[in-house]
Each structure stands twice: as structure tokens, then as C-alpha cells.
Design a protein around this ligand. Structure first.
Ligand code: FAD
Length: 434
């Protein structure tokens, strides 16, 4: 078991590079990117920011539109500082250390104790560990709370933390209402002074976040574009303190010339079809538009290379939705792509715009049901959905209604139809989460 006696920060003489350390910890080869541009998409009155980040990778890399970029973020400095301030065993946060765990081996002559390097955390500074390697914003697990209760000098603090750690109903209610990050937990229990090394061993890793690449290797060589909706919310049903999504806030705050560490994750089931004549139906409300921006830029370059009068690209229909006009992402680019004939039709659903009929993306699909059904049945069309899970389910439900109405399918026929579409890799989903 991990205890204050069996975990420690050992001295480390070598020279470690942060990138190599992250690569070792996440077992991934990372690409260093230089930020070239970072701007707000949509106008400033929009109540939820979405940012566009243009990055220039330092090394060669390969991707196709539809692939994802994994981003290794940093925890916010305020939270890291507040956590480090409470550690009891550290005098210098910026010295390179090696997290070590005691191993006991039984030999005929007795037990031998040795200190071995912790497998997940390479030698870096304590500040780097808490900034880049550990998840300090998801509410601490009951295991962590149990340890924190032992690290309190005040009996009251200890008892309350212990209760949260063992009473699952209390824990769930507390977690749900406060959704506290580690610094907030430590603030709630002022006498708690944990040992940084043990805490580091108990906390989970800070996971990379994925973004659907918004650029095209043809249109933007040696670049990666990201479209990121910035997560900001108040806990306690909107009454509590402000919380900031780790990676989206990190991306929002990147400045030109800053460096970010990323990797590419292929998503072959979300690529564009090889056959350019196949119609594309693209459904992506909000930041779900991210991969489709890569698609239309890619298509524009593909069209340039077509043999005139011999090859004709199929129609590309884009269904986009947002709350109000201020959040109409890539408005000018879409207009240009329409004018250039790259996008054939662009549909916009506004769900909260004054003086406009409130619509969701599903209604737009319904309005165009006859054509959608025809493109899928008769023209080998491809259907792409990108965004959250709930929307994707609703869109699939809507497609079912459409096919029942316009293609006169029965429930069972629809089930076969959609399975076929998936088998033929013509129904594509890129789901962001719940
Ligand atoms: P986190 O720090 O992870 O915080 C998010 C968490 O905060 C939520 O899980 C929830 O627990 C909590 N939370 C959020 N809102 C509230 C609330 N109102 N009340 C209470 N709790 C709340 N995102 C994009 O913007 N663009 C993309 O192109 C994109 N592509 C993706 C592709 C894939 C394959 C996947 C899996 C995800 C994609 N995402 C995309 C989502 C992205 O990966 C991140 O999840 C998102 O940016 C949030 O990360 P974060 O670190 O900022 O937030």
C-alpha cells in the first residue's frame, strides 16, 4: 500500500526534458507546435467563447481531415500554486525530483527494502508534476479523500473528510453540488497538509483532450487548426465559484509563439470518401463544425485538381446550429465556400435568436428529408454527424423518421438500412462526449 512512509521524492541528478518526460509518461510521440494565431470565433457578445487556434508543428506529421489532435494541457497556475502551498514536505518546487516507491523483497536472509522509480511519473520538477502530469481538477476520489483526512491536524476536518470518503451518498451529493477541484477541497479543510509525493502517487494522470482537426493538409500544409468551445461554468447549480475547463482554457490562453505539445490520432471511420462524386451531408452544430471546416477546405483543393468535364464533385450540404447569430462560426468562410461552389448548401438553425423562429438542427434535416433520403438511397451519399452524444442520438432518430416518411421504410427496414450504411462506412459519427 502507498503510505507516507513508502513514497518519497528522491534526488535526481540527470537532466530531463519535459517533452521526453511527457512522452515516457503517456507512451506517445509528441509534436511540438508553435502557435501562429489564436482568435475568437463569433462575436464578443456570444455567451460562450469558441476559439480558433492555428499551430505550426516543428516536425513532419501526417493526417487527413476527420482525424483528431490530442493536446497535452497545463493545469491553471492559480490552482497549482494553491495546491503546492499546502504541501508539507517540499522546500523547492522547481528542483528536479524522482518520485519513488518503496519495494520490499523477501530473501532468505530477511526483507530488503529498495526505492524504485514510480512507473507513471518520470523525473521532473514538482511544479511540472502538478501542472502537466496530474489531474487536480476532477473532484478527488474517495481514496484521495481518505488520505487527506489522515493529513489533517484538526479533528473536525479529519472527521468530515473521512465521512465523505466512506459515505457514498454524502460523497456523491458533495461531488455533484461543488464539483470541487483539489485546491477547493484543501481550502474547505484548512488544517490538511498532505505530503506531495504521496498525493502525486495517488492522483490520476491529467488526460490529453482530443480535438477534431479543422484544417486540411492540402489547404494548410504544415499546420493544424483547432476549433475549441471554451468550457466555463459555475458549480452549485450556477451559484458557486467559476470553473474553467482545463484544456479549452489552456488553448484559449495560448499566445502566438507559445509552444504546445500534441499528437495526431487517426480516425479512419470519419474520413472523406475517396469517391468525390458521393454527396456529403454534414451535420455539426456548435463546435461540431470543427472537422467539417477541414472538409470544405480539403474539397476546395481537390476540386482544383479535377479533370474538367470528366469528373464532377457531388453536392456537400452543411447543417449548422447555434444559439444566436453571434455564434455562427466561420460565417464568412462558409459564405465564400458557397460562392465558390465548394459547399452546395448551408443550413443554419438558430435556437435562441430574438425575432427568428427558434429551430434546432433536427428541424432543418426534417425540412430537407426528401432530398436527404434520395441522396442516401440513390446516390451513395455519406452522412456525417459531429458533436455531443445527445445531439447525435437525436439526429439518428430524425433520420429514422425521414427514411420512414420519404422512403416508406418500416422500422425493421430502417434498422437494416442504417446497419448497411455503417457497414459501407457511409454513416460517420465523431462524438465529443456526453
Ligand atoms: P474539463 O476540464 O475536462 O472539464 C469538463 C468537465 O467539466 C465535464 O466533463 C463536466 O464534468 C464538467 N462540466 C462542464 N460543464 C459543466 C457544467 N455546466 N456544470 C457542471 N459541470 C460541468 N471539443 C471542441 O471544442 N472541439 C472539438 O473539435 C472537439 N473534438 C473532440 C473530439 C473527440 C473525439 C472528443 C472525445 C472530444 C472532442 N472535444 C472537442 C471535447 C474536448 O476533448 C474536451 O472535452 C473539451 O474541450 C473540454 O475539455 P476541458 O479540459 O476544457 O474541460
Amino acid at each position: 500500500p502507498l503510505t507516507e512512509e513508502t513514497v518519497r521524492f528522491g534526488k535526481y541528478q540527470g537532466d530531463t526534458k519535459l517533452k521526453a518526460a511527457l512522452e515516457a509518461s503517456f507512451r506517445k510521440q509528441l509534436i511540438t507546435c508553435k502557435v501562429k494565431e489564436n482568435k475568437n470565433l463569433g462575436d464578443f457578445s456570444a455567451d460562450r467563447a469558441t476559439v480558433f487556434v492555428d499551430m505550426q508543428p516543428e516536425t513532419e506529421f501526417k493526417y487527413d481531415p476527420g482525424d483528431h489532435v490530442g493536446v497535452l494541457a497545463c493545469n491553471r497556475k492559480e490552482i497549482v500554486d494553491a495546491v503546492l502551498e499546502r504541501m508539507k514536505d517540499v522546500d523547492d518546487y522547481d528542483k528536479t525530483v524522482q518520485l519513488q516507491v518503496m519495494k520490499e523483497t523477501l530473501t532468505p536472509t530477511g526483507a530488503i527494502k529498495t526505492w524504485e522509480q514510480h512507473e507513471r511519473l518520470p523525473a521532473v520538477t514538482i511544479r511540472q508534476i502538478f501542472t502537466r502530469f496530474l489531474d487536480i481538477t476532477t473532484p478527488p476520489s474517495t481514496t484521495v479523500l481518505k488520505y487527506l483526512s489522515k493529513a489533517c491536524t484538526d479533528q473536525n476536518d479529519a472527521a468530515q473528510l473521512k465521512e465523505l470518503a466512506i459515505d457514498s451518498n454524502k460523497y456523491d451529493d458533495w461531488r455533484h453540488l461543488h464539483y470541487p477541484h483539489l485546491a477547493e477541497v484543501l481550502a474547505q479543510f484548512p488544517s490538511c497538509r498532505p505530503q506531495a509525493s504521496l498525493l502525486a502517487a495517488l492522483l490520476p494522470s491529467l488526460q490529453p483532450r482530443f480535438y477534431s482537426i479543422s484544417s486540411s493538409p492540402l489547404a494548410h500544409p504544415h499546420r493544424i487548426h483547432i476549433t475549441c468551445a471554451v468550457v466555463v461554468y459555475r458549480t452549485q447549480n450556477g451559484q458557486g465559484p467559476m470553473h474553467y475547463g482545463v484544456c479549452s482554457t489552456y488553448l484559449q490562453n495560448l499566445k502566438p509563439e507559445d509552444e504546445a505539445l500534441v499528437f495526431i490520432r487517426r480516425a479512419p471511420s470519419f474520413h472523406m470518401p475517396k469517391d468525390l462524386s458521393a454527396p456529403l451531408i454534414l451535420v455539426g452544430p456548435g463546435s461540431g463544425i470543427a472537422p467539417f471546416r477541414g472538409f470544405w477546405h480539403h474539397r476546395k483543393h481537390q476540386i482544383k485538381n479535377l479533370i474538367p468535364n470528366k469528373q464532377k464533385p457531388g453536392p456537400v450540404w452543411l447543417f449548422f446550429g447555434c444559439r444566436n447569430r453571434g455564434m455562427d462560426l466561420y460565417k464568412e468562410e462558409k459564405e465564400k465556400a458557397l460562392a465558390d461552389g465548394v459547399l452546395s448548401k448551408v443550413f443554419l438553425a438558430l435556437s435562441r435568436e430574438d425575432s427568428v423562429e427558434k429551430k434546432h438542427i433536427q428541424t432543418l434535416l426534417e425540412d430537407e428529408g426528401a432530398e436527404i433520403s434520395r441522396m442516401l438511397l440513390d446516390e451513395n451519399g455519406h452522412f456525417y454527424v459531429c458533436g455531443d452524444c445527445k445531439m447525435a442520438e437525436e439526429v439518428q432518430q430524425k433520420l429514422k423518421e425521414i427514411m420512414k416518411k420519404h422512403a416508406k421504410m418500416t422500422e425493421q427496414e430502417y434498422e437494416e438500412f442504417i446497419l448497411n450504411l455503417m457497414d459501407e462506412n457511409r454513416y460517420h459519427e465523431d462524438i465529443f462526449g456526453i
